[in-house]
Write a protein that binds this ligand. Structure first.
Ligand code: NAP
Length: 260
């Protein structure tokens, strides 16, 4: 498939590891120049260098916390007119909602709802004026099927999803699409963290917990981040302009429904 993305520019947030990195790699393979962000400079620089070496595209690493105004300003300064924005940030911690105070909730809402909204606000009008824009938000399968101990993720991401459903329909006529990718379990550091908590609770080894999780999916396995990146590149393709406001679940079929 020719995605028609060669020479486009993308900001990929939270992309030194895991799903963000996989999206950056997939876009780079399509010839997209990148600004990648993460808080920790060392691994971010290493990722940027690896993508440059593998694909030859321009990759600018911007270290900073994307959930802060400062972090967002730095990312946008490095790429003021992106054609593609991939919104991503770390997920909120698991736990019992009885233990979460207001400050804890605000942090989760900031990271997983308001940060993508403010980045969209910063870029969407320019995309519309240039008549090309692809915005992909990495959310979670928990938006469709809540995960009991990830209440902050369930809530904050559902808020983003509601907002995006409305905005996506307002900008689609300008060839700007906004869609969400909803990961089920993918083998990343984040998965290991959540599986470790679940394993400890159940008195099992982490790998045993991961295997049990894999068996719960019709695909019988955990996802490979490269598969997630490929879906992101597909949504960003020039020919994907008619895919508007969708929530694409990548979970090996774990969400059980006839449609939707
Ligand atoms: P990961 O492997 O832990 O990678 C997270 C990446 O984001 C790292 O590059 C990290 O680098 C960066 N990051 C985290 N917080 C950041 C911040 N505030 N500002 C800038 N960069 C930040 O996580 P992942 O599995 O790819 O998960 C990505 C998102 O998908 C998360 O929101 C997660 O909850 C969600 N998700 C993942 C799964 C899964 O199975 N993997 C399933 C459902 C949902 P630094 O730490 O250096 O900043």
């Amino acid at each position: 498939m020719d995605t028609g993305l060669k020479g486009r520019r993308a900001i990929v947030c939270a992309a030194s590891k895991g799903l963000g990195r996989a999206c950056a790699e997939a876009l780079a393979r399509e010839g997209v120049d990148l600004v990648v962000t993460a808080r920790t400079p060392g691994p971010l620089e290493e990722t940027a260098a690896a993508i440059r070496a593998a694909t030859g595209v321009r990759v600018t690493a911007v270290a900073g916390d994307i959930t802060t105004e400062e972090g967002r300003v730095a990312a946008l300064a490095a790429c003021p007119e992106p054609d593609i924005l991939v919104n991503n940030a770390g997920g909120p911690p698991p736990g019992d909602f009885r233990d979460w105070d207001r400050a804890t909730w605000v942090k989760a809402i900031d990271a997983n709802m308001l940060t993508p909204i403010f980045l969209i606000r910063a870029v969407v009008d320019g995309m519309a004026a240039r008549r090309f824009g692809r915005i992909v938000n990495i959310t979670s399968a928990s938006v469709k099927s809540p995960i009991p101990n990830l209440g902050m993720s369930n809530g904050a991401r559902a808020g983003l999803t509601g907002f995006v459903a409305g905005l996506a329909r307002q900008v689609a006529a300008h060839n700007v699409t906004i869609n969400n990718l909803l990961p089920g379990p993918f083998r990343t550091d984040r998965l290991l963290t959540t599986m470790r908590v679940a394993a400890e609770k159940a008195g099992r080894a982490v790998e045993e917990e991961i295997e049990l999780r894999a068996q719960r999916s019709p695909a019988g396995r955990i996802g490979d981040p490269a598969e997630f990146g490929a879906a992101c590149a597909f949504l960003c393709a020039a020919s994907s302009g008619f895919i508007v406001g969708q929530n694409l679940v990548l979970d090996g079929g774990a969400f059980n429904s006839t449609m939707g």
